[in-house]
Write a new protein. Structure first.
Length: 270
């Protein structure tokens, strides 16, 4: 009886501060939504989450999946709407660290390089294209676009997509230095301004053979990552050293620069 009473009290508190919480347990690639009634819900689409919000089950979504709206701690609640021009779950995870109200939209841009731009210029152009593509349908929102390229021997390594191509990428990087160019473009609708930055992270890969490459890939399965590894996973087993000004850049967004820009623009509480 005491347990049930305490549990109900806890649920009442959850309902008061926001009706839902986010479970740390993964659920089909997203987070589980737990309502104030204790019901577990899978991640919702934008449309279904808005319907559920209207019915009082949980607050309005943020991003591709439904996310609860907690009390603002770091984000300025009086600032404008924020859109992440990316479908990357890694970039969403980075923004989740300090933003509780934003939307993630896939930009759907062509990422080929028909003009033969050098890697640094290409990364900047792709981040800008992604931001501008989303801005066309969200003109009143601050847009964050980003792109990351892995460069070895002046050749850009794209996302492998499958195991065999990932093995080939890693073996090509074995014993070499790989530059990771992480570009970000922020479009501010209030100032009608564009802010751009590119972080360069240098990774020295240890020398390894196919056995280690194969074992690592089957462990992390980083087939959607440029360079065929995930630093937030077990990718460190492949490295001798990492030189960077921003460790989050290797994950997909240079968060030190992003946070500084959002602070200056008033989107974060000082």
């Amino acid at each position: 009886m005491n347990f049930m009473r305490n549990f109900k009290d806890l649920l009442c508190i959850c309902e008061f501060v926001g009706r839902v919480r986010v479970s740390e347990e993964p659920h089909h690639g997203g987070r589980m939504i737990v309502t104030s009634a204790g019901e577990v819900k899978a991640p919702q689409t934008i449309e279904s989450s808005e319907k559920s919000a209207r019915e009082g089950q949980f607050p309005v979504h943020c991003g591709k999946f439904a996310r609860p709206r907690f009390v603002h701690v770091m984000q300025n609640p009086s600032s404008g709407h924020i859109c992440l021009a990316s479908s990357s779950p890694y970039r969403r995870d980075l923004l989740d660290r300090f933003l509780d109200d934003y939307e993630a939209i896939s930009p759907g841009v062509d990422e080929t390089n028909p003009d033969g731009l050098p890697p640094a210029e290409l990364a900047t152009q792709l981040a800008r294209r992604k931001a501008e593509a989303v801005s066309a349908s969200a003109r009143d929102s601050l847009i964050i676009g980003a792109d990351q390229l892995a460069v070895v021997d002046d050749t850009v390594l794209g996302k492998p997509g499958d195991h065999q191509k990932a093995v080939e990428q890693l073996l090509r990087a074995s014993g070499k230095t790989v530059r990771f160019l992480t570009a970000v473009c922020i479009l501010d609708p209030r100032e009608r301004a564009r802010y751009e930055h590119t972080d360069t992270t240098t990774v020295r890969f240890r020398s390894f053979d196919r056995r280690l490459a194969d074992a690592y890939l089957r462990h992390d399965k980083p087939y959607d990552c440029a360079g065929s590894f995930r630093i937030e996973g077990a990718g460190f087993i492949l490295f001798e050293s990492v030189q960077t000004d921003d460790p989050t850049a290797l994950i997909g967004l240079p968060m030190i620069w992003v946070a500084d820009r959002l602070l200056k623009l008033g989107y974060l509480l000082p």
